[in-house]
Design a protein around this ligand. Structure first.
Ligand code: DLL
Length: 442
């Protein structure tokens, strides 16, 4: 179902005209109201009335995470604090969080894009929606909550974690759609299986999963084990929170960006130049309608590409690929750039493995070491009574095979250890940290 037909299927020419009007307006607003943007525009010798075409966005200065830190807490706000009705925050690169604010209109806009997301994911008015994103400073819970209410869902504000209670609520309230991180969806699947609750015992049919990177292999696994259709939702606090983009059920192949509110560019992180369709670079957003905290060319750090091909669902918005990594969690190991998701991709298709893995990077004097731990699946472990030492010939053979694949994809050797099911950390409701970089502490 398309929640807002008029907006979501708008002909491109009309959409672009709307984007241009809104872009001109936001540039004018930030230049009048936000000292940092005013100074940056002056430095770049760009006056708001010089924005005459959408391409002119390329003349505007970038905004980065560090700008939030430098103006902490409210320095990027374009309205007086008294006009904001909500504050959220996400973890910053250093001690202080990144703070974002919303006016009453911003909350409406946010509910709108989250309602669109839920509708695209399979929700219909009247459906019971278990919202298992964390409520609080994190944007996931409250963003999806307001979206669910706007769409006319019966919202169950379960919040993140507390798996025992999540299961009880799923059983007793009969949610047909759930929102949570993909890693937590797997935690739930395992917990349900451990209790002997079968897919058919629940009414659950759809999952709106995001807030962290995941892969097609994880989607398959989640869909099978929970008996649902799972789509990807993307967003970030600095732009709005969840609801920047969402996949449609029709193609499940890239998340439609709600372009009437968020203008997207893909930027080459090395040259700062715009890249074209299909080219992989850093997603960069300009908010077109937000009042309290408009951002201009915000460098998300998320690596992805854009697909402008028409979609079967009828939405005219471009689609973004999955996030393939981050410009900043990119690991450089012995001089080689490594994205955690590459490692996952390298091991997809090894039938004996589960999707649970962890990476630990250490430095032994000067040499970086990458330790990859991967859980094998239940079927493989069963042959050894559920546990093994690593000395067994079959385990050794599998370890060698995985090591070869990793070497092929990464170009560097990694120490690889296979572990029995259930040994690695699981999501306890929120985002899962799969990468531990111990080099920084030295
Ligand atoms: O994670 C907002 C959100 C909540 C999105 C619920 C989706 C669902 P932040 O905490 O500010 O906001 O983290 C934003 O998380 O820059 C990405 O690196 C990552 N991220 C978010 N969604 C996805 C996704 C929320 N679908 C950061 N795939 C972003 C991969 C994602 N990474």
């Amino acid at each position: 179902m398309i929640w807002n037909e008029r907006a979501e299927t708008m002909p491109r020419a009309q959409l672009e005209a709307l984007q241009l009007r809104r872009l001109q307006d936001v540039v004018r607003r930030v230049s009048e109201r936000v000292p940092l943007h005013r100074a940056r525009l002056a430095e770049a010798h760009v006056a708001p009335d010089q924005i005459r075409t959408l391409e002119d966005v390329g003349r505007l200065p970038f905004t980065r995470k560090s700008d939030f830190r430098d103006t902490y807490p409210f320095g990027l706000f374009a309205v007086p604090l008294s006009e904001t009705v909500r504050i959220h925050a996400s973890s910053g690169t250093t001690g202080k969080p990144t703070v974002v604010g919303y006016t009453a209109n911003d909350i409406k806009l946010w509910a709108e894009v989250c309602a669109r997301s839920l509708a695209a994911s399979g929700a219909r008015p009247g459906d019971v929606f278990q919202n298992a994103y964390g409520y609080g400073l994190f944007t996931g819970g409250l963003g999806m909550h307001y979206g669910g209410e706007l769409l006319g869902l019966v919202v169950v504000p379960a919040s993140g974690g507390n798996t025992e209670r999540q299961i009880m609520l799923l059983q007793d309230f009969g949610a047909t759609i759930i929102a949570c991180t993909p890693s937590y969806a797997l935690t739930l699947a395992e917990a349900l299986e451990a209790r002997g609750i079968r897919r058919g015992d629940l009414k659950l049919r759809y999952g709106v999963l995001g807030a962290e990177p995941w892969t097609e292999a994880m989607r398959d696994e989640i869909e099978q084990r929970l008996g649902i259709t799972a789509v990807n939702i993307y967003g970030l606090s600095e732009v709005v929170g969840p609801g920047v983009s969402n996949e449609c059920l029709e193609e499940k192949n890239g998340a439609h960006i709600f372009e009437d509110h968020f203008l997207v560019e893909v930027i080459d992180p090395r040259t700062d130049k715009q890249l074209g369709p299909g080219e992989v670079g850093e997603l960069t957003f300009t908010t077109l309608t937000k009042e309290a905290l408009p951002v201009i060319r915000y460098r998300t750090g998320d690596i992805a590409s854009i697909n402008p091909e028409p979609c079967r669902c009828g939405r005219t918005f471009v689609r973004m690929s999955r996030v393939m990594g981050r410009t900043d969690d990119m690991l450089i190991i012995r001089g080689v750039n490594v994205y955690p998701t590459q490692i996952e991709a390298a091991l997809v298709g090894v039938a004996e493995l589960s999707p649970h893995y962890q990476l630990v990077v250490t430095r032994d004097r000067t040499l970086d070491e990458l330790d990859v731990s991967i859980e094998v699946n239940e079927g493989f472990a069963k042959q050894f009574g559920g546990s093994f030492t690593g000395e067994e010939p079959m385990v050794q053979e599998l370890t060698m095979r995985c090591r070869q694949r990793l070497l092929g994809v990464l170009g560097i050797t990694a120490r690889l250890e296979l572990v029995p099911p259930g040994k690695l950390p699981r999501s306890e409701g929120g985002k899962l940290r799969r990468v531990v970089d111990n080099r920084q502490v030295k």
